[in-house]
Design a protein around this ligand. Structure first.
Ligand code: SAM
Length: 251
């Protein structure tokens, strides 16, 4: 998923998806279940929210007030429209913002949540910066791409080296967490099914339709080929990597 200023072709290719990265509601709820219960006065920030797949899962499972942040305005508008349609707008609001410079007026919060987005800042940089947003005893839940097995095949390693060279294994990330100011409450990987159902399956359909629409546009076809390759790598090597959820408490 591209970050920052999303070029129009990217936006077109990634539009209309239920979510903008791997994940599922069951995993969101599983991570939530490791935390103390939220109340109607609890404040939550969902950073890198996209169109809000996990934001709505959080809003449905808790009575908390949620502010969702993303730097891509069309995602924010879609999220707010859905919140109004669901009757949740009184306690769920999305705002355009940069995860690297969250408005300090939004803090302190009881919970910072970020699924599949901390890569845009870097794992440790994100953990350190978002620690400052938490109330004492507050929690941070993030998911981050991690190696799940050693001896990664060369083709898979080369793909990730191009796309996200900062990928590490889970023990390496766990070792970094205390130095960023957190205690580890729990962690678990996303199941392989969460990459396919709400993400790669609809994205693959988008790739097919997008390639047909832009069959004379070399730039668009190159973009479609990049995404198709990502899906192909996942099909062949999905046991080697996934996203790991990290559930952390401010230490
Ligand atoms: C892989 S998507 C994940 C979206 C959503 N959390 C989900 O799981 O469906 C990453 C999101 O981070 C957003 N993003 C990237 N860089 C950002 C930044 N600097 N500030 C805020 N949001 C950013 C992107 O626009 C995108 O919506």
């Amino acid at each position: 998923m591209p970050d920052d200023q999303m070029p129009p072709l990217f936006f077109e290719l990634f539009s209309g998806l239920p979510r903008q990265g791997p994940g599922d509601d069951a995993s969101t709820r599983r991570a939530l279940g490791l935390l103390p219960a939220l109340t109607p006065t609890s404040r939550v920030l969902d950073i890198g929210c996209g169109t809000g797949a996990q934001t709505f899962a959080l809003a449905e499972a808790t009575p908390a007030h949620i502010v969702a942040i993303d730097n891509h305005a069309p995602f924010v508008e879609a999220l707010n429209a859905r919140a109004r349609a669901c009757g949740l707008a009184h306690r769920l609001e999305a705002r355009v913002g940069d995860m690297r410079a969250i408005d300090p007026a939004l803090a302190p919060v009881d919970l910072v949540w970020s699924e599949g987005a901390i890569y845009a800042m870097g794992f440790e940089a994100g953990l350190r910066a978002w620690r400052t947003l938490l109330a004492p005893g507050g929690h941070l839940v993030v998911s981050e791409a991690c190696w799940m097995r050693p001896a990664v095949p060369a083709e898979c390693a080369a793909f990730w080296d191009e796309e996200y060279p900062a990928i590490r294994d889970v023990p390496t990330q766990l070792a970094r967490i205390p130095g960023c100011g957190y205690d580890i409450v729990g962690h678990f990987p996303l199941p392989a099914s969460s990459w396919w159902g709400d993400y790669y399956a609809p994205l693959e359909q988008n790739v097919i339709a997008f390639s047909a629409r832009h069959r004379d546009n070399a730039e668009a076809l190159a973009l479609a080929a990049t995404v198709a390759r990502e899906i192909d790598i996942w099909r062949r090597y999905s046991s080697y990597y996934s996203y790991e959820f990290f559930v952390l408490r401010a230490g």
